[in-house]
Design a protein around this ligand. Structure first.
Ligand SMILES: Nc1ncnc2c1ncn2[C@@H]1O[C@H](COP(=O)(O)OP(=O)(O)OP(=O)(O)O)[C@@H](O)[C@H]1O
Ligand SMILES: [Mg+2]
Length: 484
């Protein structure tokens, strides 16, 4: 478990994150150090911009075209006292250094490039300029410069190197500067904070990933009820939800396949079982007919032939019913809904039973409203339902009894019923009559017990339900609703 929490992904991400943080901090420190030196120079130039001008204006550095040594000494001394970080140079019009206040030998160039100097003097926008520092020619420096004129004639320049006291190395600078030291500490604190936060986030992310991996693994290993529950919101949660939906679908498919398989096996079993009885009687009578042909008179022969015919008829009906029921149960038959007149359908079906009813002395009565909107159902299936119910009623009703076919209009549907005054069904047998092959103890001859199972399945497919009420020796009433 432990190595799952801190998975290799966690460490990889943590390492990548840590390295990026380090690189960013180093770059930041490098840029800070670089720019702080420049910043220091820029600020110095901004503050001390007019220094050279003032020196030129208030001192007579040249007298009649010659260097004024006494005045120069004063100036160098004053500047030294006021700000030891600046150095004053006196240049001729070509940039050659004529005089300076640094100790001898410390100056390494003899001439200053005047390009930046002139640009500085003519600049009016406070632009930042750098030029040669005679003591350290390898780095450019902030400076101040001004022209020296005599009788409106340019005779030289005052050139002042500003902020010459810079640090020797970046480390010196880092340790020596209050600003940089502060910045350094801030970076360190921010780095630690970001590191902590980053590690927590990476941990949360990889933890959810591990939950997902475990869920998928568990499902793969056969735990079909394995689902992934993530507490957080985000892409991983969507992934987990999608996995859960997929698992649900797979389970449903497996269930459907199992169901189909079971139905197939049941069908095979019941077909072979149910065909045995009529087959046996067909075989028996056919055998007798062929073996004892000479001993039988014509009436007997006719009787045997008609038994064979009825058995074959029964077999055919049974096979048809079985196939219909299994098709309904396997979901291969979807009701094709269409509007039709239920009243007409009832009249049509009952016409087929008219002769049988007369023979049996049973009266068929109707209880139908005058006006009835069309109903919305599969006409073939509903015909089958009514046929099965009327057939049952016919077979279980005594002579002089009656069968009532009725419709009552409800709010958005109609209630249809088939009621008889027949033998009735015992209360304890009522809950099971819709099961296949179920027949009650006082059931009429014939029938295989599939009719009501087909009825119930069809009504289910119409998203409705069928009800039965019955009293022994008084009668039975089946009713169901249909949408209009
Ligand atoms: N109107 C009824 N009155 C009394 N008993 C009934 C009535 N309808 C059905 N039953 C009982 O319910 C059982 C199941 O009926 P079902 O229609 O499923 O089978 P069946 O009529 O015996 O055979 P099949 O309809 O397949 O030819 C019947 O055998 C009978 O015992
Ligand atoms: Mg029946």
């Amino acid at each position: 478990m432990k190595n799952q929490i801190f998975s290799s992904l966690f460490w990889k991400l943590a390492l990548i994150f840590l390295s990026s943080l380090l690189i960013v901090s180093l770059v930041f420190i490098f840029i800070s150090v670089k720019s702080s030196g420049k910043h220091y120079q820029e600020v110095s130039q901004r503050i001390s911009r007019p220094v050279a001008k003032r020196i030129s204006k208030h001192n007579h550095l040249f007298l009649n075209g010659q260097l004024n040594e006494a005045e120069l000494k004063n100036v160098f001394h004053d500047v030294m006292v006021v700000n030891p970080a600046i150095e004053v140079y006196l240049l001729d019009t070509l940039g050659n250094i004529l005089a300076y206040d640094a100790p001898l030998g410390r100056v390494k160039v003899e001439q200053i490039n005047l390009q930046a100097v002139k640009a500085f003097i003519h600049d009016e926008e406070n632009t930042f300029f750098t030029a040669t520092n005679p003591r350290k020619p390898e780095v450019e420096h902030a400076f101040s410069a001004a022209e020296i004129k005599e009788n409106d004639q340019l005779i030289g320049y005052t050139y002042v190197v500003l902020a010459s006291e810079i640090y020797n190395s970046a480390i010196d600078q880092l340790l020596g500067s209050y600003y940089l030291k502060n910045a350094g500490w801030s970076v360190l604190v921010a780095l630690l904070g970001a590191l902590l936060l980053g590690l927590i986030l990476i941990w949360l992310l990889t933890r959810n990933l591990n939950v997902i991996i475990n869920g998928v693994k568990s499902f793969k290993q056969g735990n079909l009820s394995a689902r992934i529950q993530l507490r957080s919101q985000g892409e991983l949660t969507i992934l987990a939800e999608q996995f859960n939906l997929m698992a649900e679908t797979i389970n449903q498919n497996i269930e459907e396949l199992k169901q189909l398989d079971r139905l197939k096996r049941e069908l095979t079993a019941s077909v072979s079982h149910d065909l045995r009885t009529p087959l046996a009687s067909i075989q028996g009578y056919a055998e007798t007919l062929s073996l004892k042909n000479k001993d039988l008179d014509d009436t007997q022969k006719l009787e045997y032939a008609s038994i064979i015919f009825r058995s074959a008829e029964n077999m055919k009906r049974l096979v048809d019913d079985l196939f219909e029921l299994s098709k309904l149960e396997s979901g291969q038959m979807e009701p094709k809904l269409e509007p039709f007149s239920l009243k007409e359908l009832i009249y049509d079906i009952s016409a087929k039973y008219k002769l049988m009813a007369e023979e049996k002395g049973i009266q068929i009565r109707f209880n139908l409203p005058d006006k009835l909107p069309l109903i919305y159902a599969d006409i073939g299936m509903i015909e089958r339902v009514l046929q099965n119910l009327i057939d049952n009623a016919m077979r279980h009703t005594y002579r002089n009894g009656s069968i009532e076919l009725g419709i009552e209009q409800k709010k958005n549907s109609v209630e249809v019923w088939v009621a008889d005054t027949g033998v009735g069904i015992k209360e304890n047998e009522l809950p099971y009559i819709f099961d296949r092959y179920r027949k009650t103890s006082n059931s009429a001859e014939g029938g295989t017990g599939l009719g009501l199972a087909i009825v119930k399945k069809i009504i289910d497919l119409h998203k409705s339900s069928i009800k039965v009420e019955s009293k022994l020796e008084e009668g039975t009433r089946f009713s169901f609703g249909l949408p209009m």
